[in-house]
Design a protein around this ligand. Structure first.
Ligand code: ATP
Ligand code: MG
Length: 797
């Protein structure tokens, strides 16, 4: 089947290479590297590392760091090491070492021969510690842990020197050697750097370098009973490996001074540069290894690879592809300020990655029996059903049997249909996907009044054809044949927590926010082509979402499917709908099993658009008008007049903003991809709001990237474009004064670069632009910024 190759894990490396070849967005780390390379610093090399501590499974935050470090190495033709920072024996285990390697590899990255362990450098680190002692830069302190803490002082007052600070070199060496030899108990002595107990940066107040820990290490066994502290070990590991750029998260900003101090004292082979970036936080989950461990240990989830966990192992089992995670890392970029990322962005990347590789099939999750009363008892039609929609350029089809008894989704029938209900109801007609049009004649109930069966008639002339008399069939339902369907367990996974920031309040246990409906299990019926499917194969169940056969529990003869992600962000929509237009981000978790809004198949194909215009003089007239009067291209006019709902949306947008070309452009290019998964009349905003958004961009009130941010917000939550712009502070900075002030600050902050630029290094212009855009948080009008920057850089020559 055509799905096998697309699910092939070997495509990962190729994907990674492909991703690396594509031009990447610039960021401040790239700017630093570009500058270093331009200045010929660090031997013109880029060597990065990913340095996990093997004390838990990797999560999506680590994935951001992995994609960044390995991605930089790939892009700059350098290398990236995988180094285990195994300096704390008590919490570390081989299980974690193995899982981490598997996860990095699965993400599509390769460390080649550069698999390293900090513990391999213990002997060298020890030798350098003795050297610090000999140079008078380290001493053995014998104060208790409490005394040491007390004497460190505070940010308001300097610390006090330890009474042991002036021990002789010989005494220090003797004590340190005996520490290593195991003569003392844990905590009896420590080795400290001798820097300055009054340093304003508290980390420089004689930091600890070594402590005694009589603990068994998973690699060095009992060879050591003293272990180096992170701040001492990490910079040395980087230096030994000739790392050029040591990228870590923001909380290490203050530690940089210590990183540099240690490297300055010792004859290390290299002095890497530490660069900090913002760590990833995602809403609706937790990202600390300690908390994840707690969830596993206390049985709130089935293990580190539970599909609800934000771990890489969990995401993998959930059915997410490595490409989706890499794309997500690219999408969120790297920044200097911590922020929480909308999990909807990850879900978006997952859908985008699965769309071209997941064949469409049919599965009924909550079956309701349908009997076709005019269909001969023994007749079975075999339908040829394409796996792919028209906009996915793959080929392939499978046979689907159609008989007298079928199952449809219970949700797809309403005895008293609401307005705009295009699904089944008494007397109503629907098309069955790939098959015929049926009409519901009779509803059968059991003694309790529960609907148990629908008796329908089938219009035998409608297989693959519209009704001959021209009547309109609006809805299409998925179904399975009762005689042929295969039973399967379906695990509907949802967000693990029901609030955006489960660990936002230190007073409240984050576990109280666990979403009780994060897993709902259904006994479903799937079409017979799925019989025998092996594990880890992805599909789209039409109208339901993306699913994967569970890699652990699914058997070819006992299928278990995990829901990877729904077809669209039904969560955001439900939250918005329940909480009303002013939906707070912390609105309560909606109930899952609510009937969703009526769904329609995706937008029409080109031939269908022609067909619709042939049937509707109004649409035909618009097709002409859009080209002749509004000056749109034929392609855009075709899309915008080929479907009544799309066209109505466009017309409404034009009422709000008389800019047909840009409105068309935004609709066709930015909105279109959304419409694959939900029809335009089910968006949480209308054409007028869309028109007003485009007007803001056209008027120059916001920059294009800000416009896209507003659109993303509208798609997720609805709302008012002007209000979103105000709330998020997205107004463009085109006020000359503010921009000039930002430029002046940037130039003042980077005097060396200014001198070099004025001395002829014109390639630095990009660096300055980047700094200015950063200083204005991307809101500067780029044209004006460029013009003013050119002027400012030219001045003072
Ligand atoms: P702990 O929670 O035990 O402190 P950690 O999450 O920092 O651990 P490490 O094993 O020390 O985990 O992390 C390895 C690397 O991954 C480090 O360079 C760290 O900065 C980076 N990293 C960890 N969490 C995130 C995150 N949420 N976003 C981006 N990078 C991260
Ligand atoms: Mg850490």
């Amino acid at each position: 089947m055509s799905s096998t190759s697309s699910n092939d894990p070997s495509s990962v490396a190729r994907d990674a290479a492909g991703a690396a070849a594509a031009p990447r967005r610039s960021n401040f780390i790239r700017d630093i590297i570009d500058r270093d390379l331009a200045a010929g610093k660090r031997g013109g090399q880029v060597v990065t590392r990913f340095p996990p501590e093997p004390n838990g499974y990797l999560h999506i935050g680590h994935a951001k760091s992995i994609c960044l470090n390995f991605g930089l190495a790939l892009d700059y033709g350098g290398r990236c090491h995988l180094r285990f920072d195994d300096t704390n024996p008590e919490k570390e285990e081989v299980e974690y070492v193995d899982s981490i390697q598997a996860d990095v590899r699965w993400l599509g990255f390769d460390w080649g021969e550069h698999l390293h362990f900090a513990s391999d450098y213990f002997e060298q680190m020890y030798a350098w510690a003795e050297q610090l002692i000999r140079d008078g830069k380290a001493y053995v302190d014998s104060q208790s842990r409490e005394q040491i803490r007390e004497n460190r002082g505070s940010i308001y007052e300097p610390g006090k020197d330890s009474p042991y600070r002036d021990r002789s070199v010989d005494e220090n060496l003797d004590l340190f050697r005996r520490m290593r030899a195991g003569e003392f108990a844990d905590g009896e002595h420590v080795l400290r750097a001798r820097i300055d107990m009054a340093a304003p940066n508290m980390l420089l107040r004689d930091p600890l370098l070594y402590r005694i820990k009589h603990a068994h290490h998973h690699r060095t066994g009992d060879a050591w009973c003293i272990y180096p502290m992170y701040d001492y070990a990490h910079c040395l590991e980087d230096a030994i490996e000739h790392v050029t750029h040591s990228i870590c998260t923001l909380e290490f900003e203050e530690n940089r001074a210590l990183y540099d101090w240690i490297l300055d004292q010792l004859p290390v082979p290299a002095h890497p540069q530490q660069i900090e970036f913002a760590r990833l936080s995602l809403d609706y989950t937790v990202m600390s290894k300690r908390k994840l461990l707690e969830l596993v240990r206390d049985g709130h989830v089935a293990g580190w690879d539970d599909p609800r966990m934000p771990t890489i192992a969990g995401l993998r089992r959930r059915g997410v592809t490595p490409k989706a995670i890499r794309d997500f890392a690219d999408m969120i970029g790297v920044a200097k300020a911590n922020s929480t990322v909308d999990i909807g962005k990850l879900e978006f990347c997952i859908r985008e990655a699965l769309n071209p590789i997941a064949p469409r099939v049919m599965a009924v999750l909550d079956p309701l029996k349908v009997t076709l009363t005019n269909w001969p008892e023994d007749r079975v039609d075999t339908l040829d059903a394409a796996y792919w929609p028209h906009d996915v350029p793959n080929e392939g089809a499978r046979p689907v049997p159609f008989g007298r008894t079928l199952y449809i989704e219970r949700d797809d029938f309403a005895e008293v249909p609401p307005k705009k209900w295009h699904r089944l109801a008494p007397g109503a007609e629907v098309r069955l996907r790939h098959a015929y049009v049926i009409r519901c004649d009779e509803v059968v109930r059991d003694a309790a009044g529960q609907v148990t069966e629908l008796r329908c008639t089938v219009d035998l002339d409608t297989r693959g054809a519209d009704p001959a008399d021209g009547r309109k069939i609006k809805g299409t339902l998925h179904w399975v044949s009762a005689a042929h369907a295969v039973p399967a367990e379906v695990r509907l996974y949802d967000r693990l927590f029901s609030v955006p920031k489960p660990d936002g309040d230190p007073e409240v246990d984050f576990k109280t926010h666990l979403n009780p409906e994060s897993l709902v299990v259904r006994q479903a019926l799937v079409e017979p082509s799925l019989a025998g499917t092996p594990g880890d194969q992805r599909f789209q169940f039409e109208r339901q979402g993306y699913f994967v056969t569970d890699a652990v529990d699914s058997r070819p003869d006992r299928l278990v499917f995990n829901r990877v992600v729904g077809l669209r962000d039904s969560w955001a929509k439900l939250v918005a709908a329940e909480a009303g237009p002013q939906a707070a981000p912390s609105a309560p978790a909606p109930r899952r099993d609510k009937p969703a809004a009526p769904k329609e198949p995706a937008g029409p194909r080109t031939s269908e658009r022609d067909q619709r215009r042939a049937e509707s003089p109004e649409l035909a007239a618009r097709f002409e008008r859009y080209q002749r009067e509004l000056g749109l291209t034929r392609e855009d006019a075709d899309v915008l007049s080929g479907d009544p709902a799309v066209s109505a949306f466009f017309e409404a947008a034009l009422l709000a903003h008389d800019g047909p070309k840009t409105v068309a452009n935004w609709l066709v290019n930015e909105l279109q991809r959304e419409l694959k998964e939900r029809p335009i009349d089910q968006l949480p905003f209308d054409g007028r709001a869309f028109g007003r958004l485009v007007a803001l961009v056209d008027r120059g009130a916001i920059a294009t990237p800000a416009g896209k941010e507003v659109l993303a917000h509208l798609l997720a939550h609805g709302g008012d474009p002007e209000a979103i712009v105000r709330e998020r502070g997205l107004e463009k900075v085109d006020d000359r004064g503010a921009l000039e002030a930002a430029i002046a600050t940037v130039l003042a902050d980077n005097p060396d670069e200014v001198t070099r630029y004025r001395g002829g290094s014109k390639q630095l212009f990009g660096f300055f632009m980047g700094q200015v855009m950063q200083a204005t948080r991307g809101k500067a009008d780029p044209k004006l910024a460029k013009q003013l920057l050119t002027e400012h850089l030219a001045q003072g020559r």
